[in-house]
Design a protein around this ligand. Structure first.
Ligand code: PAJ
Length: 283
């Protein structure tokens, strides 16, 4: 595996592959890699010849009071995991390679409406930061395929809209959420959970399943379902940002006449802010 930190080297290597007629897949990450990230790499490898992974903790997507400095950084463990997985190129740009004009002075990308809901409401500017970095990275790598996790459902939808709205010639592929044995979605932020909090954290997935059971058994009282699960989580010590039942295609609030739903939750437990979602019916 080659490791590089500049756009120039990236373009050179990807250009050589293209010259040989090889297709290119891309998995952007913020590092502190776990099996969820590796699943994205595995899926990419099934469809293309070469895989590029980036690790960049993007300051633009963190709010002023959020965990940018504390975000776990494990570069050598990450590199060895990616090497074992057969990644071809690891791209580790520095902040001034990505934002040479600084965070304030540069160009940014906004995906309207969907970016202001749910996580966007509680993390103003977050999806602007995500859309901007993903747009920049896609322009830098110019892959045929880019792979993202369904764990970050709203992020995935923002990226799909970004790519279609700007006519970017890349296919977006998504991969189901990889979970711990007790159902907790794997996440770099799980390291913030204390030993006492860790078993309770799995209740976030339980709450999604309880809500899905209600929907599957025919209830359309969305407000009641949301209230029940918000109470359930609050009693367990979570501070719930939102628990919401939405249309899986556009993230609008669900209507009684609809048959497909995505249930989304974001809740704080101790230092950790956890997000998760479940499609209903599944699959
Ligand atoms: P990060 O949180 O590192 O996640 C990188 C990718 O891994 C995202 O597509 C995310 O959805 C996926 N992922 C994380 N946990 C997963 C899990 N348990 N199962 C399946 N996929 C999972 O998301 C970001 O970084 C950033 O916002 C980024 C897109 C890199 C832009 O900075």
């Amino acid at each position: 595996m080659l490791t590089i930190d500049s756009i120039a080297s990236l373009r050179k290597i990807v250009g050589q592959w293209r010259g040989q007629g090889e297709s290119v897949g891309f998995v952007p990450t913020m590092g502190n890699l776990h099996e969820g990230h590796l699943k994205l790499v595995e899926e990419a490898k099934k469809h293309i010849d070469r895989v590029v992974v980036s690790i960049f903790v993007n300051p633009l997507q963190f709010g002023p009071t959020e965990d940018f400095s504390a975000y776990p950084r494990t570069p050598s463990e990450d590199a060895s995991m990616l090497g074992i997985c057969g990644v071809d190129l690891l791209y580790l740009p520095a902040t001034n390679e990505i934002y040479p004009e600084g965070l304030e002075g540069g160009v940014y990308v906004e995906v309207p409406n969907i970016s202001d809901e749910l996580c966007g409401f509680f993390r103003p500017g977050h999806f602007r930061g995500v859309a901007t970095i993903v747009c920049k990275l896609l322009n830098q790598v110019q892959p045929d395929l880019a792979v993202f996790g369904q764990k970050d459902y709203q992020q995935l939808m923002v990226i799909q809209r970004l790519v279609s709205g700007l006519n970017m010639p890349v296919k977006i592929m998504s991969v189901p959420t990889v979970r711990e044995l007790d159902g907790l979605a794997k996440s770099s932020r799980n390291v913030y959970l204390s030993e006492d909090e860790r078993p309770n954290a799995a209740m976030i997935f339980k709450s999604l399943n309880l809500a899905a059971d209600r929907l599957n058994s025919g209830s359309r009282d969305f407000d009641l379902i949301v209230e029940e699960q918000t109470t359930f989580l609050t009693r367990l010590g979570f501070r719930v940002d939102y628990f919401s039942i939405r249309n899986p295609d556009n993230l609008q609030l669900s209507h009684e006449s609809e048959r497909r739903f995505v249930i989304l939750v974001a809740a704080h437990l101790g230092r950790a802010r956890l997000i998760d979602n479940l499609c209903c019916p599944s699959g």
